[in-house]
Design a protein around this ligand. Structure first.
Ligand code: PMV
Length: 370
């Protein structure tokens, strides 16, 4: 699909006001996206587990404006209180998607949103937040297009496919990784020769064979630092322009998609851990070797990593970690070892979390309409 296919169709329904609501999850990348071209096009392919517990719930109330369709008009209510802080990001998002949803300026929106994970937990809410909002908007667009009751089953599934792709396409324009938050349980973003249907424009569900070992995979998120990041992802992505290792890194990510495809099929957990840990450390190595350089890990991030390595060595259990663009540690492990590993996390790792806080999550099935 090309960008032009997401341009609007005929809106034949006139809707004065109404409401839509969606819940959308966060995701954790296994092969990381770091570096982008214009229009949020990724420099390399990425693959992620969709999460189950960390979600944003968004209710979009819309009301036709009487006049003045020049600008965007919206209010944001975050966790029950009016919020001005999110408005600039949403305004930028609306500007980017205006061409694809030209009804935006004709409505006043009230965006009521909340997260299932604690506010300021250091967990990026942009993936779940932007995908939930994108889903609400595509849902509204669907209502504006007169539905054709005579549609055959096959055409209906084409419509559904379009809905999901457009939601992912728009979410990408809000925050790159958000395009991987529409569906579950594994999603690829970025065109790759070995992933059929993959695209730079939107995330696609990973439909290749996946071994039982990865069913119900756990992700315990250790909240090492709940503060605001010192360097935003936007700045970090930008620093990949002219980065001395950029070319090698983008090539490596492409190869890692090929490698992880074989791993997901074979169920080789040792190879899985080696790949995801290397990806996590490479992401942070890119930050440390950009100009200006920066470090998002904290002393406790390293303490946790070392503890995980020692425990793995000692027990032979398949515990591994990955990192986002922050200090928190995502501890990944299979369902059949969950009991012992969870016990270890509770007794040995929680001490390194800020106020002892962590979130138990696992691989999940994507967004849903509320
Ligand atoms: O979606 P952004 O622009 O916030 O970038 C996120 C990048 C990482 O989370 C570090 C990696 C990824 O692929 O999700």
């Amino acid at each position: 699909m090309k960008e032009t296919q997401f341009l609007p169709r005929n809106y034949s329904n006139n809707i004065a006001c109404g409401e839509v609501a969606w819940s959308s999850p966060s995701n954790i990348a296994l092969v990381k996206y770091w570096g982008k071209k214009k229009y949020q096009i990724p420099q390399n392919q990425s693959i992620s587990f969709t999460l189950d517990a960390c979600k944003t719930k968004t209710k979009l109330h819309f009301e036709k404006k009487d006049q003045n369709n020049d600008g965007f008009s919206f209010d944001v209510i975050f966790e029950g209180a009016k919020n001005e802080g999110f408005k600039p990001k949403i305004e930028t998002f609306f500007k980017r998607i205006d061409a694809y949803l030209p009804f935006l300026k004709t409505y006043h929106f009230t965006i009521e949103t909340s997260n299932t994970f604690p506010h300021s937990s250091g967990i990026a809410s942009s993936a779940s937040g932007m995908s939930a909002l994108a889903l609400c908007l595509v849902d509204l667009e669907k209502q504006l297009i007169a539905s054709d009751a005579s549609l055959e089953e096959q055409d209906r599934s084409v419509e559904e496919d379009y809905f999901v792709k457009k939601a992912s396409f728009l979410a990408r324009l809000g925050s790159g990784s958000a395009c991987r938050s529409i569906e579950g349980d594994i999603v690829v973003w970025g065109e790759h020769d070995e992933i059929e249907g993959s695209s730079d424009l939107y995330g696609v569900r990973y439909l290749e064979e996946v071994h039982e070992n990865f069913k119900n995979y756990h992700d315990t998120i250790l909240l090492v630092d709940k503060g605001e990041k010192q360097v935003s992802s936007t700045v970090g992505h930008d620093l990949m322009h002219g980065h001395p290792f950029a070319k090698e890194r983008f090539g490596q990510a492409e190869e890692n998609i090929t490698k992880i495809k074989a791993i997901l099929k074979s169920g080789d957990l040792k190879a899985f851990i080696a790949l995801i840990e290397s990806e996590a450390l490479t992401l942070h190595a890119m930050m440390m070797t950009s100009m200006p350089y920066f470090i998002l890990m904290k002393p406790n991030t390293l303490e946790i990593i070392n503890k995980i390595w020692a425990f793995r060595e000692e027990t032979g259990l398949h515990i591994g970690f990955t990192l986002d663009a922050g200090a928190n540690v995502h501890v990944l492990y299979p369902e059949n070892e969950a009991e012992e590993i969870y016990e270890f996390i509770n007794t040995e790792l929680v001490a390194y979390c800020q106020n002892g806080h962590y979130i138990c999550d696992r691989i999940g099935f994507g967004a849903c309409k509320l």
